[in-house]
Write a protein that binds this ligand. Structure first.
Ligand SMILES: Cc1cc2nc3c(=O)[nH]c(=O)nc-3n(C[C@H](O)[C@H](O)[C@H](O)COP(=O)(O)O)c2cc1C
Length: 415
């Protein structure tokens, strides 16, 4: 089977659908040279624009994915779901893995620490035909997870990591579903894991490896290390390598490809409140300089539509409006919106109230330029990684750690 993940529906120069939001004149010149980058091949999938929406818990549900997909081609990954909750068919997990009918590539990300459970989760997705692509999360830096040896702490234990990859690739192969992994550089600069983990995953036939150029200890602070991404690309010439970390603009994406030689880019926080970034990315990869420069009214309408889509997703207006509140600062970053209006949007309770608030936006306000761009979302400062006692002493799992890791999968969300 070949599924082509492309089909942008709301390109800058294409006719916009009726409810479509942002458009505008080019804000700034991009890199006008077309990248000589072939479509991204992930097993039997071909992703025409080698751009991936990074899985983000609480963000990349099907409502947000739809908004993003309308602007550009690429692969749009769902927020992570824990393997155990999925196997137990927890209601929230089933919602997380749901896709719109027109999502040509149904991409799901699994988080798990126990090879059997991860294998069972992949089996469920394959046997019930619920995914066309599966990613495994080994990048979570959240202390509650790493303290028990999960997430980005896990690849340090080579044997356990290998068992999970073996179980997942075996099950995925039965349905010919491409399986990829996403990881960090390691636990700390003195305890790097990305090269070993990348090689193990490659040896088991994963379809691609994504590296977020930070360690667990960096959390989301400082700068992603693109030189590590380049190192991985060079170390694994026989599998697609995708680069992740600190792509805020289409120009950053082009620069990452040029500097590291990656086969594609994975974009997270940069698109929070800016689903049109995927239009910019597609344009840049095609060698076009057009960029979305939405007016305040257009941003407001996209925000409203996001809220409407969330109502469809949650099936509940109250929950959807509670969820949209966290997006306010991202959408309106850099735009002239008074403090009172921002505060009111950040506590909005109904769609009707939201409409009333958006009607108060200044209809004359255009795109503010650089103020609307740049870093957004999680940042913070480096922290000493929270790990089980003695975790870094050996790369083998001892009995005590074995018992503990089973608990690392309970009550986990995101990272
Ligand atoms: C709110 C939030 C939730 C995240 N959830 C996940 C997740 O579910 N799975 C995952 O692999 N990474 C997750 N991440 C990490 C991102 O996928 C990405 O690796 C990270 O943000 C770095 O990329 P960026 O600089 O483009 O944001 C999350 C990040 C954020 C900010």
């Amino acid at each position: 089977m070949t599924v082509t993940a492309s089909a942008p529906r709301n390109q800058h120069d294409a006719a916009a659908p009726p409810a479509a939001p942002a458009s505008g004149a080019p804000a700034h010149a991009g890199s006008s040279t077309k990248l000589e980058l072939p479509p991204l091949k992930l097993g039997n999938l071909t992703v025409d624009v080698p751009v991936v929406l990074a899985p983000m818990a609480g963000i990349t549900n099907k409502a947000f994915r739809r908004l993003c997909r309308e602007y550009g081609g690429g692969l749009y990954v769902a927020e992570m779901v824990t393997s155990r909750a999925l196997v137990e068919r927890n209601e929230k997990s089933m919602r997380i893995i749901s896709h719109d009918e027109d999502e040509e590539v149904r991409s799901v990300q699994l988080y798990g620490v126990d090879p059997k459970t991860v294998g069972a989760a992949v089996r469920l997705l394959v046997e019930e035909d619920r995914a066309d692509h599966i990613d495994l999360n080994f990048g979570c830096p959240v202390p509650k997870v790493t303290r028990k040896g999960g997430g980005s702490a896990l690849p340090w234990k080579t044997g356990l990591f290998e068992s999970i990859i073996r179980a997942a690739t075996t099950e995925a192969a039965k349905g010919e579903i491409p399986l990829t992994i996403k990881m960090r550089k390691g636990v700390t600069e003195d305890h790097l894991t990305f090269l070993d983990a990348g090689r193990i995953a490659r040896d088991y036939g994963v379809a691609a490896v994504t590296l977020h150029g930070r360690t667990t200890g960096q959390f989301y602070s400082g700068q992603a290390d693109w030189s590590a991404i380049k190192e991985l690309r060079e170390a694994l010439p026989d599998v697609p390598v995708l680069g992740n970390g600190d792509i805020w603009t289409a120009e950053d994406a082009v620069r990452m490809v040029r500097e590291t030689g990656v086969d594609g880019v994975v974009v997270g926080r940069g698109c929070q409140g800016r689903p049109w970034l995927f239009g910019d990315l597609q344009a840049a990869f095609d060698g076009r300089d057009t960029r979305f420069t939405p007016t305040l009214t257009e941003v407001g309408e996209t925000f409203y539509r996001h809220a409407e889509l969330l109502i469809d997703y949650f099936g509940n207006e109250e929950q959807a409006l509670r969820d949209i509140r966290k997006h306010v600062a991202w959408y309106f970053k850099g735009y002239m919106v008074g403090g009172e209006l921002r505060a009111a949007m950040a506590t909005v309770g109904t769609l009707e109230q939201l409409r009333h608030l958006l009607d108060q936006l200044n209809p004359e306000a255009g795109y503010p330029g650089a103020d609307a761009e740049g870093p957004r979302g999680r940042a913070g400062s480096p922290k000493r990684p929270a790990l089980p006692d003695g975790w870094l002493d050996s790369r083998e799992l001892n009995a005590e750690h074995q018992a503990m890791i089973a608990a690392a999968e309970s009550d986990v969300s995101g990272g």
